[in-house]
Design a protein around this ligand. Sequence first.
Ligand code: IMP
Length: 450
Amino acid sequence: MPGLVIVGAQWGDEGKGKVTDLLAERADAIVRFQGGNNAGHTIVRDGEEFKFHLIPSGILYPDKACVIGNGVVLDPRILLGEIDGLRRRGVDMSNLKISANAHLIMPYHVLLDTAGEVKLGKLSLGTTRRGIGPCYADKALRLGIRVQDLLDEKILRTKIRVALEPKQQALRELGVQRRKLRKEAGEGDREAAEQAIEDAPDPRLDLHTMTEEHVSFGHRLEPHIADTSRLCWDVLDAGRTVIFEGAQATLLDLDHGTYPFVTSSNPIAGAATIGAGIGPADIDEVWGVAKAYATRVGAGPFPTELSDDQGRHMLERGHEYGTTTGRERRCGWMDLVALRYAVRLNRMTSLAITKLDVLSGIGPLKVAVRYRSREGATLDTFPYHQSILHSAEPEYEELPGFDAEIEECRNADDLPNEARAYLDYIADFAGVPIRLVGVGPGREQVVWLD
Ligand code: IMP
């Protein structure tokens, strides 16, 4: 399996970190190829919990290259915080490599993300407010600051100056500074606040401070900065394995997800080529990770969403709270129409199904096998028209549930017949084999099939 891509098959938070961690045992390099610290994954190793936002899960293996690819947008402050935190816990960080071409999330991106969401009000997307969208927008506008820019103060200062000007204007228009300063001056003292806007710009947006701070980030990150595409080629050309680890998921893809309720990058398998700098022929396998049910954070269509006790059961039993923002996740039944779409879009070769244990005790189990449009039409495939998806009603197949606790199961034969039938149904419908099943949060709580 020299080139293996791992992608989320639903709306994110499927447990990709754990699957990557398990498969990483057989790999030589693990590469993140998109997204930023909007992602978050938790890995439990020997009873110890590790939470990552930017650093690929492979970092816990001292002998593997762990790469942040060019397609990632990284907030240097967050990254350095993660590096320091892991070092304090005794993790060797020397194998962390960061692409010189990755773009930086700057303080103004974070402010713009929040200001944009506030401005949208009821129409907001529910972003993680980590500056992801504005950073990718600057990349496309060619106003981005890249990791390599941290190494040259003169270039850095010029680039920040050019990028900063329009942001200050936009933020002023969005009223962020105004509101902040009004609050500081006391709600009633409007005049003083208006005056203060002119006199006291947000210190986070000061060119000099920002440049100095980022030069110091550069000094600290320098030992990790590398030509990461070449690193991938060297490993692949030697016939050894590279895992390309996607963040977010297929239905949050900027082009193929439920736009505009998506992230600003492409989490699908094809994007690994661009975000890591490899060719399509370097990809040999694509593993999709799906929960045994479905969740979504933030706004956007979610046909199988539940607002009843069964949804509550999934939320509580599955601890469905965001790793990054702590928000409650919306929960619902497995959507096989959406899964089949994700399987084809990514050309998946295998599936990993996580959190099957969460479904114990809530049978009969339902899986959506088609949608019904508002006009009564049957939809067997994922509709390309967003309005249709928004009002689509799922039609379910009911499968027998299981009451036994399955956390201790380690072989297919240990699983209750109903659980195996549920997995078989999913694999048949999706048209790809399920190779791995998660039955609890621990690393060892898996059943390998096949
Ligand atoms: P952004 O990526 O912060 O711009 O957020 C855009 C949308 O993607 C929002 O609905 C977020 O909740 C969602 N999102 C971003 N990252 C993740 C993730 O790692 N898991 C689940 N949802 C995510």
